[in-house]
Write a protein that binds this ligand. Structure first.
Ligand code: F6R
Length: 615
């Protein structure tokens, strides 16, 4: 949700900021803007509704000088996406510019107070209130910019990552964060700040993840100063080495990031599995489980919390953990859990699943779980994100940066890690027999090859997609392990093609949704040769007998469905618990091609952002 980037150094800031914004565009693309401070102390602000490319056109007509600047790409919360509401926001005096990611909850109270002091507002945003407040404090108490920022933030309720510059000071950049992420890149005579590390890659691999409630004052030719916002006490500066490369941020010859990420899955799963299965496939090791054996042995219940696609992975995780560990498992939407007064104690384990590691609801859920005494474990992709830093322990999925807004490789990475976790904990608790471990671990180890094989369905799926480009509704049906796969397939289609789609447990269809079925309502049915195959066949027949078209995902060699379904897509046969990994591939491709056929921007679907850092 919104991306911010800033630069202070010896090079021109503009190009660096624009490139940074492009890398952060997945966080929001409602508007973009940049503020530059010239060496002479002028402040030039350019902003535009829409994508960064629009901003470039606008900025080309103005002054883009300066080696200090801040920039922003917006996902609208307060106020519609337009030029006026675009960041940076400038104070009434024209002296201070600010970019903000987050939400100021008490903005209306602060706004009324500022209006009484003669401030007027141009935008409908909560952010403009913050810049005016800083301006008011600075002008009335004659203090430094950083003191005014600190004082203002102490009056603010909500979440923020902010970067602030001042017209008359081309040598200073002030940043702060609370509940929204902020990374500082430390280069040779230059400093970068950004919502995540992607804008920094290629300039420096030395980064500092600002902690919650910290602010930093970056001065030209002077050491960086980090303090806590509340107490002004200096913090220890922990510089870490960034392990991301530029190649990971590029499309690598594919038309879109989403297609690249779908086709990357054989490699991403290899990275995800590396070092976690013994050579004879008899044992699974996750260091997060090893280091916390007691917690996993004593656990009486596991609760999985997540949002969106990660929540679908959690539903699969529930089946895996129940099957292999025989522990009761619950799955909660993080947004419901956090307000649901959950009953937890020290015998509970709460596992949070998140690609970005910054999802506001998931972060709040783990905070609550910790307060209630539960042991909190994170399954995350982005290294160093807020969730891994706020959990007691965890496992990274290691699938590399996911840039397409619709999650693909992160989903399969999450399901893979949850399978490993279920096996590791099951072994620890003596609840899974060695034959099962060997069978599942062997298939898991072969998963990169199996996914590569599965991806061969690409041309066939592309053909099938043409039959459904103009459908208005879709039903996705699955049972057992593949009910969540159906939910995920439907979500992918909704997100990028804007076609309404519902995922449903196949057997539940006859309790209501069957009324929707006619020749205009296609169904995608996930029907691998598993323990529920015979059951699902009758569900397919129920759809067909009401005139609905059926696309069936079936195991290779299963020809029985050919006579019933309109289209069959074959997937390799794998143990039942691994079928979601394989079946999700044609579903990702189907959503992708339908969206492309409709001319949609699959990497940046409307109204969505990659990292949902607001409630
Ligand atoms: C769907 C999608 C979202 C995310 C959700 C949670 O394709 O990407 O539904 O899964 O916003 O995000 P993370 O996993 O970053 O917590």
């Amino acid at each position: 949700m919104c991306g911010i980037v800033g630069y202070l150094g010896s090079n021109g800031a503009y190009e660096i900021l624009i490139q940074g914004l492009k890398r952060l565009e997945y966080r929001g693309y409602d508007s973009a803007g940049v503020a530059l401070v010239t060496p002479a102390g002028d402040l030039n602000v350019h902003k535009s509704q829409g994508k960064v490319a629009n901003l470039e056109q606008v900025a080309a007509a103005g002054c883009i000088d300066g080696s200090l600047g801040i920039a922003h790409t917006r996902w609208a919360t307060h106020g519609e996406p337009n030029d006026v509401n675009a960041h940076p926001h400038v104070s009434q005096s024209g002296d201070i510019a600010l970019v903000h990611n987050g939400t100021i909850e008490n903005y209306s109270v602060l706004k009324t107070a500022l209006e009484e002091h003669g401030y007027s507002f141009k935008s409908e945003t909560d952010t403009e209130v913050l810049v005016q407040l800083i301006d008011y404090i600075k002008s009335t108490s004659n203090c430094s910019l950083e003191e005014a920022v600190r004082e203002a933030l102490l009056q603010v309720e909500g979440a923020y990552a902010v970067a602030v510059v001042e017209k008359n000071d081309p040598d200073k950049l002030v940043v702060a964060r609370k509940s929204s992420p902020l990374v500082i890149g430390v280069g040779e005579n230059e400093t970068f700040i950004a919502s995540d590390a992607t804008p920094i890659i290629g300039y420096t691999d030395q980064v500092i993840y600002l902690k919650d409630n910290e602010m930093a004052v970056i001065r030209r030719d002077q050491p960086l100063a980090i303090t806590s916002i509340d107490s002004n006490i200096p913090s220890t500066i922990d510089i870490q080495k960034l392990k991301l490369s530029l190649a990971q941020l590029e499309k690598g010859g594919y038309d879109t990031f989403m297609l690249k990420e779908i086709f990357e899955q054989p490699n991403t799963l290899r990275d995800c599995l590396r070092g976690r299965i013994s050579s004879d496939c008899s044992h699974v090791t996750l260091s997060g489980v090893e280091l916390n054996k007691e917690k996993f042995l004593q656990a009486e219940r596991i609760t999985l919390v997540a949002c969106g696609t990660s929540w679908h992975a959690a539903l699969i995780g529930k089946r895996l953990i129940q099957d292999f560990c025989k522990i009761p498992v619950e799955v909660e939407y993080a947004s419901e859990f956090r307000y649901g007064n959950p009953v937890l104690n020290e015998k509970d384990i709460v596992i949070s699943i998140s690609q970005s590691g910054e999802t506001a609801d998931t972060l709040a859920a783990i905070q609550l779980a910790k307060e209630k005494g539960a042991f909190v474990y994170g399954v995350c992709n982005v290294v160093g994100a807020s969730i891994p830093r706020n959990t007691d322990s965890g496992t990274y999925i290691h699938v590399g940066p996911e840039i397409g807004v619709a999650s693909t490789k992160a989903f399969t990475g999450q399901v893979t890690v949850l399978t490993l976790l279920a096996l590791a904990v099951g072994q620890l608790r003596g609840m899974v027999d060695s034959e099962t471990v060997k069978q599942v671990a062997t298939a898991l180890k072969a998963m990169p090859k199996i996914i590569k094989e599965t991806l061969k369905c690409d041309p066939e799926v592309q053909n099938i997609s043409r039959m459904f480009t103009y459908a208005h509704n879709f039903l996705y049906l699955g049972r057992g392990y593949n009910y969540p796969t159906a939910l995920e397939g439907a979500l992918k289609l909704k997100e990028i093609s804007y076609i309404h789609a519902e995922g449903y447990p196949a057997a539940e269809m006859k309790h209501g949704p069957i009324a929707l079925i006619d020749h205009e309502m296609p169904s995608v049915i996930i029907a691998p040769s598993d323990s529920l195959y015979d059951k699902i066949i009758s569900n397919v027949q129920q759809v067909k007998s009401r005139g609905g078209a059926v696309v069936a995902i079936v195991s290779k060699g299963n020809t029985a469905m050919n006579d019933i379904a309109d289209y069959c897509i074959e997937i390799p046969e794998v143990p039942e618990c691994l079928t979601p990994l394989v079946a999700s591939i044609p579903l990702q491709l189907l959503a992708y091609y339908i969206a492309v056929n409709k001319g949609k921007n699959v990497d940046q679907p409307r109204n969505l952002a990659k990292s949902v850092t607001v409630e």
